[in-house]
Design a protein around this ligand. Structure first.
Ligand SMILES: [Zn+2]
Length: 299
């Protein structure tokens, strides 16, 4: 879906730009240029499918110059269920288009809608299973666990102080031997919103990974909502949502990253640093790099 929003699907318009095909016309209706919005929505063959869905999506029958605009419009009008349905049908429309181009076969709109419904049901079952599994994993993760060899784990926590109108953040980076590589204490003005503070803590943890040039990193926090918000494509349009997407952008530059949840009792070190930080006036309270000491001990 992200590829579609970025207009990077191999549509005729994109292939013509790269001079792989001569015509940018839609291979199905042959009447208009085939960009992503056309292939998945504007084309009469796509509209035949959308008109078969009983989701209200077909009522959104405007034409959109680009796919991103369409997705944004849908996001502001439809709930999560409808959007999931939209994503699966759009994906199947693209598959059908490819089948038509490469195999000269064409699925009937009804069959495509039926198949999409089945896929969605399967997806829901899988999602439920994963949520249950996640619950079980969270139970196991009561204690702090060291990361695998070569991986840095950065734990974060946030602590709010209403009188001071500030949030304190504690960050601690450790390696597989449980050695502390670096710690950080930050204190920032913040609204008294625990979720917002936790998301900011996640962002500082991502910044720390970047500053430390950690290529393989696990970020770990004790707010399940924020951890899930970072690891899944959850759409939130509040400040927390914006910070979550900032975190993801920061993490993209790393070779490999993962985010994990730990119960509060497994996040004590970061928690204590956050508690200390919130009582301090400056923004950066303390930043300690222990890696030089470690190197010194090793040599
Ligand atoms: Zn067409």
């Amino acid at each position: 879906m992200w590829r579609a929003c970025l207009e990077s699907l191999p549509t005729r318009v994109n292939l013509a730009k790269k001079q792989i095909v001569e015509s940018s016309k839609c291979p199905i209706c042959k009447s208009e240029e085939e960009n992503v919005a056309h292939a998945l929505w504007n084309c009469s063959s796509a509209m035949d499918v959308w008109s078969q869905t009983q989701s209200g999506l077909q009522k959104c029958s405007f034409r959109y110059a680009n796919f991103r605009e369409l997705v944004e419009a849908l996001m502001s009008h439809y709930d999560q269920d409808s959007l999931e349905k939209f994503v699966i049908i759009a994906r199947n429309i693209w598959h059908r288009r490819n089948q038509f181009v490469f195999e000269n076969a064409f699925t009937h709109p009804n069959a495509l809608v039926k198949k999409s419904r089945k896929t969605l049901e399967e997806y829901k079952v899988l999602q439920q299973k994963q949520m249950k599994q996640h619950g079980r994993n969270a139970q196991i993760q009561n204690r702090w666990q060291p990361p695998p060899i070569g991986v840095t784990k950065i734990n974060w926590d946030a602590s709010l102080n209403e009188d001071r109108g500030r949030a304190g953040f504690g960050l601690v980076a450790r390696d597989h031997t449980c050695s502390i590589l670096a710690t950080k204490k930050l204190s920032k003005p913040c609204l008294m919103d625990p979720l917002l503070a936790e998301s900011m803590g996640g962002l500082y943890a991502a910044d720390m990974a970047y500053e430390m040039d950690c290529r393989l990193v696990i970020l770990e926090g004790d707010s399940l909502t924020i951890v899930q918000g970072i690891e899944k494509q959850i759409d939130r349009w509040d400040r927390v949502g914006m910070i979550l997407s900032d975190i993801k952008h920061r993490l993209v530059s790393l070779t490999s990253w993962r985010v994990s949840h730990v119960k509060r009792c497994g996040n004590v070190h970061a928690h204590n640093l956050a508690k200390e930080a919130v009582l301090s006036p400056g923004d950066v309270v303390e930043s300690v790099d222990f890696s030089a000491n470690l190197a010194h001990v090793n040599t």
